[in-house]
Design a protein around this ligand. Structure first.
Ligand SMILES: Nc1ncnc2c1ncn2[C@@H]1O[C@H](COP(=O)(O)OP(=O)(O)OP(=O)(O)O)[C@@H](O)[C@H]1O
Ligand SMILES: [Mg+2]
Length: 375
């Protein structure tokens, strides 16, 4: 899979941009704050239907403008050309067209255009909170499994409604006693909890299967990266049992506490991923270097796994990660860079990048891109 062309209008720092990419390695170099990450973000947008940096679509519209456009033309391994077009509006919902036809839901995007994005924040995937690791798991499954997208959305929709009811009820003073309040809430939650438990268990089972599969790749990749000195194991840490009846029981047991705090305290919204290196939890006990190596292994496993699942190489987006890695890890990453169409950003073109078979080199300056001819 490779991106042939991108067109931007009023997207972040870009007023107007039309750029053709090479099928191999593309370098975007330039000083800080010139628009390198903005361009990767736009490519990512066409894969995920949202930014990886913000949940607020409007931030992606050029300041003071009404609308933004991102249009991407890509080719699949079988040689088929496809096109994705996204319109963001200051006053209104974003809209989407696939191959020229309007699509109703953003979910229609999933499973079409595949990218793996690797940014400096990913290097701290291990040491950051569970939310980051859940996001990592969810984004990966969403790219290959539309059923999961639906289940996850339904779960969070019901969870939000449940939390709203808990919050409203916790403030409500109309009840004579707390027990009366609990009885009311229990009756109201009855139907919602059935849905919460249903979608929650589906989400957990899919996450568990994903982690198990991912580990097959991670074990091998990590062993290579650490030159055979470390064994990496992954464990999916589900916050509640993957069983509807048992999850329901926990919700009932927690009800009093949930009502006091006005939020649901148990469920897959608290899941985590445990990473063990030679038997110890690297989140808590790993050195900085071990944590980085583990993060790199996870990302490379993601890349490899996606390649096998979709049957072709996804587009690799590397946002300034080379300079963050030491020489031996840079070399490991470079192996993968050669196998995928890669768009790589950097402030300076260092030796590690110069040694790659670069297909095209672009210079980015204040939202204007110029091709750098053979250096
Ligand atoms: N909605 C927007 N409208 C106009 N300009 C924007 C908007 N959002 C961000 N910018 C500008 O884009 C620039 C940041 O671009 P970007 O994050 O792509 O930089 P970069 O080249 O990746 O830099 P670095 O090397 O520091 O990572 C900033 O100057 C910021 O002011
Ligand atoms: Mg950047």
């Amino acid at each position: 899979m490779f991106v042939k062309k991108i067109r931007l209008k009023n997207y972040r720092i870009y007023d107007e941009l039309e750029l053709s990419f090479d099928r191999g390695i593309n370098i975007l170099s330039g000083d800080n704050a010139q628009g390198k990450t903005n361009l990767l973000e736009a490519v990512y947008y066409c894969c995920a239907g949202r930014s990886h940096r913000t949940t607020k679509d409007k931030e992606c519209i050029y300041l003071g403008r009404e609308e933004a456009l991102v249009k991407i033309l890509y080719e699949t391994a079988s040689g088929k050309e496809e096109q994705i077009e996204i319109h963001l509006k200051q006053n209104g919902k974003k809209s989407l067209a696939i191959n020229g036809y309007p699509a109703r839901r953003i979910n229609d995007l999933f499973g079409r255009f595949h990218v793996v994005l690797f940014s400096p924040e990913d290097l701290s995937l291990i040491k950051r909170g569970p939310a980051e690791r859940r996001k990592f798991i969810d984004m990966e499954i969403c790219q290959v499994d539309p059923v999961y997208v639906y289940d996850l959305q339904q779960y969070y929709k019901v969870l939000r409604q449940r939390n709203q009811l808990l919050k409203d009820s916790s403030k409500n003073r109309e009840f004579a006693t707390f027990w009366e309040k609990i009885r009311f809430v229990r009756e109201t939650l009855f139907a919602w909890d059935a849905q919460l438990v249903h979608y929650g268990v589906r989400v957990m089972r899919r996450r568990a299967a994903f982690v198990e599969k991912l580990m097959e790749y991670t074990a091998h990749i990590h062993e290579t990266i650490s030159h055979g000195t470390e064994k990496m194991l992954l464990q999916y840490e589900n916050a509640v049992p993957m069983d509807e009846a048992q999850f329901q029981e926990i919700l009932e047991k927690d009800l009093e506490q949930d009502l006091r705090y006005g939020t649901t305290s148990s469920g897959p919204q608290h899941d985590d991923l445990v990473i063990l290196i030679n038997g110890t939890d690297v989140r808590k006990f790993g050195s900085q270097g071990q944590q980085r190596t583990a993060a790199l292994s996870l990302k490379l496993s993601e890349l490899q796994m996606m390649k096998e699942e979709i049957g072709e190489a996804p587009v690799l987006l590397l946002d300034d990660v080379m300079s963050e890695l030491d020489e031996s890890r840079q070399k490991q990453l470079a192996e993968y860079v050669r196998e995928n169409q890669t768009i790589l950003t950097c402030t300076g073109v260092e030796d590690s990048i110069r040694s790659l078979p670069v297909g095209a080199h672009f210079h980015v300056r204040a939202g204007v891109i110029t091709e750098v001819e053979n250096e």
